[in-house]
Design a protein around this ligand. Structure first.
Ligand code: SAM
Ligand code: DTB
Ligand code: SF4
Length: 334
């Protein structure tokens, strides 16, 4: 921890010391001031016209041996998720072509695995990665824990990004997951980084964590060296049958506040407005974009839970004067 407390982060061309006290102070900034500050950092580092659309596909669903309290895919909970073995790479590539035709520039493949095993399934995933990358899409995968050599093989197949979330603070993590620990996550992130794959690492807000947990989570993310290129911020989707099924819905202001802090602390990262958008009005999503979010998942399903209909997202993009990447007439028939 002491090492992390001394971490440096880049802020507008100069290095400043990020300390837990700084993050606390930032997090407690009055809402409008915080969003305005995030917006300034966003404008200095990104273009408001550039909100990336990504598509997710669950290539292996359910039956996971882990006990993540939020996750409908954990075998031990009784949810509506139907277990599905690994998809064939041909079918995954068909979905990737559709995603591209609908305006996505990044395609993320998720598998409900605790860790990757060196077997035929992994060979099939490598085929998927190769194919997605050859389509000119950013290929991203989230497959659980990885060894160094597995990360290298994914890199050689053309993987652009690996998603592996820290999810919350180290302290709260052990209340949510018991089958692995925070250091397991950090180790995989290091293997991804060492293999030369970009890091996609974020978390979930609204699991019953405190402000201090969110502060520590943001601090840990911002202290990774180098910082993650991609930071998904999910709002918990409380799925019936999971231990968090009765969790109260998250206050949107806390969600936007977390996004604004992520933007300020990690100026160069793509901050992704991820799970939980169905509960957000178009105005709340717009506020999240003002606070520095610059990506959404496009498609009516995330991995196993619903996401806004593409038409609703195209409508929002149109209202905001943003390009969708495809002609509206093409969309309807795709
Ligand atoms: N098994 C792999 C792992 O855990 O890294 C990859 C798949 S896992 C479903 C990917 C991420 O989805 C998790 O790290 C978590 O942050 C997010 N997630 C899962 N269930 C969620 C839920 N109900 N609401 C919000 N985010 C969720
Ligand atoms: C991430 O942080 N959010 C996405 C992506 N990484 C893989 C996944 C959200 C999953 C939400 C629950 C589900 O649909 O199963
Ligand atoms: Fe398994 Fe990943 Fe779900 Fe945890 S989040 S239960 S590791 S699929």
């Amino acid at each position: 921890m002491a090492m992390i407390e001394r971490g440096f982060f880049r802020f507008r061309c100069c290095y400043a010391l990020v300390t837990i006290d700084y993050v606390r102070e930032l997090y407690r900034t009055p809402f409008l001031k915080l969003v305005a500050q995030a917006s300034r950092v966003h404008e200095a580092n990104h273009n408001y016209d550039d909100i990336q659309r990504c598509t997710l596909l669950s290539v292996k669903t359910g039956g996971c041996p882990e006990d993540c309290a939020y996750c409908p895919q954990a075998a031990r909970y009784h949810t509506d998720v139907t277990v599905q073995k690994l998809m064939r790479s041909e079918d995954v590539l068909e979905a990737a072509r559709n995603a591209k035709a609908n305006g996505a520039t990044r395609f993320c493949m998720g598998a409900a695995w605790r860790e990757v095993r060196d077997n035929r399934d992994f060979d099939e995933v490598l085929k998927m990665v190769r194919g997605v990358s050859e389509l000119g899409l950013e290929a991203c995968a989230t497959l659980g824990m990885l060894t160094e050599s597995q990360a290298t093989r994914l890199k050689e197949a053309g993987l652009h990004a690996y998603n592996h979330n820290l999810d919350t603070s180290r302290e709260f993590y052990s209340e949510i997951i018991h089958t692995r620990d925070y250091d397991d996550r950090l180790n995989t992130i290091r293997h991804v980084r060492d293999a030369g794959i970009t890091v996609c690492c974020g978390g979930i807000i609204g699991m019953g964590e405190s402000d201090e947990d969110r502060i520590r989570f943001l601090f840990t993310l911002a202290s990774l060296e180098p910082q993650p290129e991609s930071v998904p911020i999910n709002a918990l989707v409380a799925v019936p049958g999971t231990p968090l099924e009765d969790q109260d819905p998250l206050d949107t202001f806390i969600f936007v506040r977390t996004i604004a802090c992520a933007r300020i602390l990690m100026p160069k990262a793509r901050v992704r407005l991820s799970a939980g958008r169905l509960r957000l009005s178009q105005e709340a999503q717009t506020l999240a974009f003002m606070a520095g979010a610059n990506s959404i998942f496009l498609g009516d399903r995330l991995l196993t839970t619903p996401n806004p209909e593409p038409d609703a997202d195209y409508e929002l993009f149109e209202k905001l004067g943003l390009e969708c990447g495809v002609m509206n007439s093409e969309l309807r028939s795709a």
